[in-house]
Design a protein around this ligand. Structure first.
Ligand code: RP5
Length: 164
């Protein structure tokens, strides 16, 4: 039997996928099952509501939510479910993602969103953060995450080189 899906990756638009794929790739690397869905706060509000309403019962334990511009998706999702929400501000053309960052970061007291950096690094870190949360209850994943971190450290040279 396949492992139950505990991580939901949601995004406001197809155009967010190139960024959000970095979260998915990280979860793939750590062998963490996930689902990826387009759920827009503005264009599909009913879909957002249903997703939040059913998240606990479906067994989701972390939701990674990415959006750009007036990025209401992570905050609205946090208002609808107690499943922890990790927000990824997608980089925008008009304001370079600072709009997304502020929209996601400045939540009112009571409805937290764990906000990552703007763009692909933030998405990758969201995958790592989700894995870290699940690893608290999953020794196998904890070992894989420890190994991933050790491999990253080992790949960093101790001195710079002219060859790059
Ligand atoms: C937001 O609007 C999405 O999260 C996306 O980042 C942004 C632009 O969406 P598209 O116009 O590219 O579909 O809702």
């Amino acid at each position: 039997m396949s492992e139950p899906i505990k991580v939901g990756i949601i995004m406001g638009s197809q155009s967010d996928w190139p960024t959000m794929k970095d979260a998915a790739d990280m979860l793939d690397a750590l062998d963490v099952p996930y689902e990826a869905k387009i759920v827009s706060a503005h264009r599909t509000p009913d879909r957002l509501w249903d997703y939040g309403k059913t998240a606990v019962d479906r067994g989701l334990q972390v939701i990674i939510a990415g959006a750009g511009g007036a990025a209401h998706l992570p905050g609205m999702m946090a208002s609808k479910t107690r499943v922890p929400v990790i927000g990824v501000p997608v980089q925008t053309k008009a304001l370079s993602g600072v709009d997304s960052l502020y929209s996601i970061l400045q939540m009112p007291r009571g409805f937290p969103v764990a906000t990552m950096a703007i763009g692909a690094a933030g998405a990758a870190n969201a995958g790592l953060m989700a894995a870290g949360i699940l690893a608290l209850q999953d020794a196998g994943l904890a070992a894989r995450l420890d190994q991933w971190r050790a491999d990253l450290s080992a790949s960093i040279p101790d001195a710079p080189s002219d060859d790059g």
